[in-house]
Design a protein around this ligand. Structure first.
Ligand SMILES: CC(C)(COP(=O)(O)OP(=O)(O)OC[C@H]1O[C@@H](n2cnc3c(N)ncnc32)[C@H](O)[C@@H]1OP(=O)(O)O)[C@@H](O)C(=O)NCCC(=O)NCCS
Length: 178
């Protein structure tokens, strides 16, 4: 994007709140803006929100939340990232890169070794460009009524610390997915 006084370089900021109206402002008010309704899962809202504004308009968002996870026999925590969204008319300009980087900068202050996200197969190359790696194994997640299901979307992870280590063994979120 060209920097000039009329159009300053975008920057991502922490948002004090993020409502459905904010999401609609970015993605429009469609029924399935993330294209994941077909998987039929129940999701957790995110707890922290990062966004990019163009003037008065919110044009990008990434959210995160702390999640309890069982990795092999150990219980730990990870940072789940989700709700990544860029307004259709400003895609392809690096705004997802910028807003996800802001979310990860914050995640690095929270303690867990890894961040994790779920995405449709078509987005795997994009997240790889952003430094995420396909986990390459199934992840079990909780659902209402004490159900535990295999996540049908792809799982991507990225380390949050230099000493991050992913132990072998099954991966299970001890919560709904985010
Ligand atoms: C997915 C989405 C957030 C991407 O936003 P965006 O602002 O266009 O993404 P960016 O411009 O920051 O692109 C990020 C990087 O991925 C790269 N990229 C984009 N499409 C790619 C593809 N198909 N294959 C490989 N890399 C790709 C870009 O070149 C860029 O890399 P670079 O910075 O090294 O050039 C946006 O399309 C969107 O909001 N979609 C609808 C909601 C959704 O599905 N969200 C994802 C939830 S998991």
């Amino acid at each position: 994007m060209t920097a000039n006084h009329a159009s300053p370089e975008p920057s991502a900021v922490r948002l004090p709140s993020y409502t459905r109206a904010d999401q609609d402002e970015i993605l429009g008010g469609g029924d399935d803006p993330f294209g994941v309704a077909a998987v039929g899962l129940t999701w957790l809202p995110k707890e922290e929100h990062f966004g990019i504004r163009h003037g008065d308009r919110l044009v990008a968002h990434a959210g995160l939340r702390r999640l309890p996870v069982a990795l092999g026999t150990a219980e730990t925590e990870m940072i789940g990232v989700g709700g990544v969204a860029v307004a259709p008319d400003v895609r392809g300009r690096g705004l997802a890169r910028l807003v996800v980087a802001a979310a990860l900068d914050h995640a690095r202050t929270m303690g867990p070794e890894h961040a994790l996200l779920f995405c449709r197969p078509v987005l795997v190359p994009l997240y790889q460009r952003l430094g995420w790696h396909p986990l390459g194994r199934d992840v079990r997640v909780e659902q209402p009524e004490d159900r535990v299901v295999t996540m049908p979307l792809h799982t991507m992870t990225t380390p949050l610390r230099d000493d991050a280590h992913w132990p072998p063994g099954p991966v299970r979120l001890l919560s709904l997915p985010m």
